[in-house]
Design a protein around this ligand. Structure first.
Ligand SMILES: O=C1C[C@@](O)(C(=O)O)C[C@@H](O)[C@@H]1O
Length: 716
């Protein structure tokens, strides 16, 4: 049967968009309500309803492809049926609905919680702005340009976020320090040429919506500024487009901020509903972080918390008066009130005395003791005398950069200045880091040094050859040893009870993969050898695989991995398993390590023929054998795959090829893959993502992928 009613009780994270009532009752403190984290499996079962405008139906198969799901449009095959008076959708997981049909479908829908309705809209090329009433009835809005090479990745990131499949904040929570760059551009286009360098050392990018100036209203804004009277607010349409452009040019999570006039921004305060409109829309745009000011009426803050989906809410309190005190009874009250609807509490005060930094530190310690970082406090002082607190704060410290048109608040520091201050205070001691191995170590160490310079880190980085047995021990036992990456990697101990003498602790991933490619020195852990053996490569592989497909697209689908040895294949196998891949077929090696269970060797042409439509193929073959993957890539070319299922829904044909071969290859597997319709990635992409992860592990700093690609020049 073609139609099925999808009825599943879902977590009520997505609610009808009704304006908040001033009489809405207060919810229990968020301290008692742990945030709902949807599992990949749960979100994978939702029906994604893609609403499209006239002539824009091509977005439907693209969404389906990114999700790895079958699709259908209501105009192509009517998938709607009356069943006991209710609407049901086709079994396809992605259903395209023209804008004109949406109101009727929503009115008759009985199981709204099992749908995610996205109003998609192409921007530019003369298309009109999306109708606001329509977006109000949808859970999300996705804006995309009529042509851009970055659009697919933005769509993937958007879908992964709204389905709860990206864990940017979960990762950031584990970092010892996090920074975000407060951009102050009137138009984000001006930021694009320098965005890579601007965001070195940042874990997130803040878009100050109140500082955006819409070109059409630039003259009005200038007049208003000159008259120092009214302020102009950029239209939702302009803000949406600015966000779209920014998101397409950075992989970093976005913080969406509408700062009010009293707290150092430009959003007028006479109408709190204006804030609600912009903040609510930002949730629909799938921003990772939303800045919600504490002065906003409680029903607004409460409502935003109720409908936040997978966005993290950062409350904001600023006092510019210079009279507010961290020692006042009001300070803990403000924290408690903020914590009710926020995942991170931000408190910021203008100060004029150095002592106020010590008072803030005392306040921070009392809050930490009482709330145990749930929610965490991000607190700094403004003004020159508050700069010490900007170095001492560890949770989402706002930073600036010399390439920005202005600072976002008085006393802001750059990431480099914060690191210098920490070094002088003794909190960031100099470390001697190494690249140990036989790789082209010199350009790699030049790149690392470039990063250290950019961030004013006091560390040194030296390449050394791996000599005779035991030489690694000799290096890592030096008193100033501060960490290393290893290429080729070191075999890791096979069970949790066995250890190497020099590296007593090994991460679960490194143990399962059987390879240590990074040695991390755990600061503050005490003890004689605070080293942990890590594996960064599998993370680089996973990051590459999830650029154009959401994690759940891999769930349960078949993969083929080719390699000459088990250890060449292991990081890819581990990464694929982390994505819930289905059967993994192997070619060219026999597995007997910790990852071998469930791997199925393909030993003959006949057995290859039995494998049904692999979604992903990985070749980790050595260069002289790289050619061997080509027949398989051709055999499973797009055209060989049937795209119409029995229920009339269509399955997309996209599949992923990852080439992990380093060095001069035989043949052109990547070229063959591309011409056979595979989405193909080479080792360079994996290397760049692995470097991002290595820098995080070794020095705790985030250096964005695009900077690594750009600054590492000929390394990759
Ligand atoms: O909340 C903050 C902190 C800030 O005000 C600062 O003091 O650096 C800068 C703002 O852009 C940001 O939203």
């Amino acid at each position: 049967m073609m139609q099925t009613v999808l009825q599943r009780p879902m977590a009520p994270t997505l609610l009808e968009d009704v304006p908040p009532s001033p009489l809405a009752p207060a919810v229990k403190s968020s301290l008692n309500n742990p945030p709902l984290v949807e599992t990949t499996a749960e979100s994978a079962h939702k029906t994604v309803v893609v609403v499209f405008g006239q002539g824009q139906e091509n977005i439907v198969p693209l969404v389906a492809e990114v999700l790895g799901k079958p699709w259908i449009t209501t105009s192509a095959v009517p998938p709607l049926a009356e069943r006991n008076g209710s609407i049901s959708l086709a079994a396809a997981a992605v259903v395209g609905v023209p804008t004109s049909e949406l109101p009727g479908i929503l009115d008759a829908c009985v199981d709204r919680a099992s749908w995610i309705v996205i109003n998609t809209h192409r921007v530019g090329g003369g298309d009109a702005a999306p109708a606001e009433e329509l977006t109000d009835r949808c859970d999300y809005e996705f804006l995309y340009p009529d042509s851009s090479p970055f659009f697919r990745r933005d769509l993937t990131r958007f879908l992964a976020l709204i389905l709860g499949q990206t864990r940017a904040h979960e990762d950031l929570k584990t970092k010892t320090r996090t920074n975000f760059i407060s951009t102050t551009f009137p138009d984000v286009h001006a930021a694009l040429p320098n965005l890579d360098i601007l965001s070195v050392g940042s874990d997130a990018v803040e878009i100050r919506v109140d500082l955006l100036v819409e070109p059409s209203s630039a003259a009005a804004a200038a007049a208003a500024a000159a008259a120092a009277t009214a302020t102009t607010v950029p239209s939702l349409q302009y803000v949406g487009q600015q966000l779209m452009i920014l998101r397409q040019h950075t992989e970093l999570p976005i913080i969406f901020t509408t700062r009010c006039t009293r707290e150092g921004g430009k959003f007028p305060m006479d109408d709190p509903d204006l804030f609600y409109r912009y903040l609510r829309r930002a949730l629909k745009w799938g921003v990772e972080y939303l800045d919600v000011e504490l002065w906003l009426p409680e029903p607004i803050r409460q409502r935003l918390a109720e409908v936040k989906g997978h966005t993290v809410i950062m409350s904001a309190f600023h006092d510019f008066s210079g009279h507010w005190k961290w020692t006042s009874p009001e300070a803990p009250r403000i924290f408690a009130e903020s914590a009710r609807y926020a995942d991170i509490v931000k408190m910021i005060a203008m100060v004029t005395r150095m002592e106020e930094n010590y008072e803030l530190e005392y306040f921070r310690s009392t809050i930490k003791a009482q709330y145990r970082d749930n929610p965490p406090l991000s607190a700094v002082n403004m003004g020159q005398l508050g700069q010490l607190s900007r170095a001492l704060n560890t949770v989402f410290s706002p930073i600036t950069h010399p390439l920005l048109p202005m600072i976002a608040a008085p006393g802001q520091l750059t990431a480099a200045e914060i690191n210098e201050a920490l070094h002088i205070m003794g909190s960031l001691p100099k470390r001697e880091l190494y690249a140990i191995g036989t790789m082209r170590a010199t350009p790699q160490s030049m790149f690392m040094e470039k990063c250290f310079n950019e961030l004013s880190l006091p560390h040194t980085f030296s390449p050394i050859d791996r000599g005779p047995k035991g030489s690694i021990e000799a290096v890592i036992l030096q008193p100033n040893f501060g960490g290393a990456y290893l290429n080729p990697p070191l075999p890791s101990p096979v069970s949790s009870t066995t250890t190497t003498t020099a590296i007593p602790n090994v991460s679960e991933a490194a143990r399962a993969i059987g390879l240590i490619d990074t040695i991390v020195v755990v600061t503050g852990s005490g003890g004689p050898r605070p080293f942990v053996g890590e594996n960064a490569t599998w993370k680089g592989i996973r990051a590459t695989l999830t650029r154009d497909y959401v994690p759940s697209a891999y769930c349960g689908r078949a993969a083929i991995v080719l390699a000459s040895t088990e250890s060449d294949a292991a990081p890819a196998v581990f990464a694929l398993r982390s994505l819930g891949i289905g059967p993994i077929y192997t070619v060219g090696f026999k597995a007997n390590g910790p990852l071998s269970a469930g791997l199925e060797p393909l030993t003959s042409i006949h057995s290859v023929k039995l494998v049904d439509k692999p979604f992903v193929m990985v070749s980790a073959l050595p260069p002289d054998k790289s050619l061997l993957v080509q027949p398989l890539l051709r055999h499973y070319s797009s055209s060989s795959i049937n795209s119409i299922s029995s229920s009339n829904s269509r399955m997309t044909t996209g599949r992923v090829y990852l080439d992990l071969t380093s060095g001069t290859r035989k043949g052109d597997p990547l070229g063959v893959a591309v011409s056979a319709g595979w989405t193909a990635y080479g080792i360079e992409e994996v290397h760049a993502w692995t470097t991002v992860e290595t820098l995080r592990l070794l020095v705790g700093q985030n250096v964005p992928f695009d900077f690594v690609r750009m600054a590492s020049g000929r390394v990759y």
